[in-house]
Design a protein around this ligand. Structure first.
Ligand SMILES: Cc1cc2nc3c(=O)[nH]c(=O)nc-3n(C[C@H](O)[C@H](O)[C@H](O)COP(=O)(O)O)c2cc1C
Length: 160
């Protein structure tokens, strides 16, 4: 088995998009920056996210059983930083959002969102794979935010 350091080093060479996964905590909005996100199935429409079970957001998602994946636009780097631990309380102060099917926040300016209810959970090591059944989704024109080699980058490629 390889070392954690070798694994981390190799993963730095893998480009991804950046999302903020939102949920609710007793009606209060909560979010976490996540790049472990993938499509799973078309029928039924399903996706997965991987969440560290020590993250506070994990507790909130596993309690509420709902989450919304917000795919960030290239100019939303500050939101990615905000939801990766920089702001611990009143996370959504000054953040514009709406509500779709589940009640989890849909972030203004995100280029796509997928509003889900948890259908499966698989615990693997430190993380849980949470599979979400997509109840509603939408997209808008824009360029995505990317993550590569430990840094954020605007893809600079627009999709309609
Ligand atoms: C670009 C980026 C991607 C991340 N992806 C994930 C992820 O896929 N899963 C995860 O559990 N944490 C991920 N994190 C770390 C969480 O955002 C971070 O640990 C967060 O502070 C947890 O917050 P909480 O404990 O308040 O829920 C990522 C962080 C960054 C900057």
């Amino acid at each position: 088995m390889t070392s954690a350091a070798a694994f981390r080093h190799a993963m730095r060479h893998v480009p991804t998009g950046v999302t903020v996964v939102t949920t609710l905590k007793e009606g209060e909005p909560r979010g976490i920056t996540v790049n472990a996100f993938a499509s799973v199935s078309l029928e039924p429409p399903s996706l997965l996210i991987c969440i560290n079970r020590e993250a506070r957001s994990y507790l909130f998602i596993s309690t509420s059983r709902v989450f919304c994946v917000n795919v960030l636009a290239g100019d939303q780097r500050r939101l990615a930083e905000r939801f990766s631990g920089k702001v611990r309380d009143r996370q959504f102060a000054g953040v514009e959002y709406a509500i779709d099917a589940t009640g989890a926040p849909v972030l203004g300016g995100a280029i796509a969102h997928f509003d889900c209810e948890v259908s499966h959970e698989h615990q693997i090591g430190s993380h849980s794979i949470l599979v979400g059944r997509v109840l509603s989704c939408n997209a808008r024109a824009g360029s995505p935010l990317g993550y590569f080699n430990g840094g954020f980058h605007d893809f600079g490629i627009h999709v309609d």
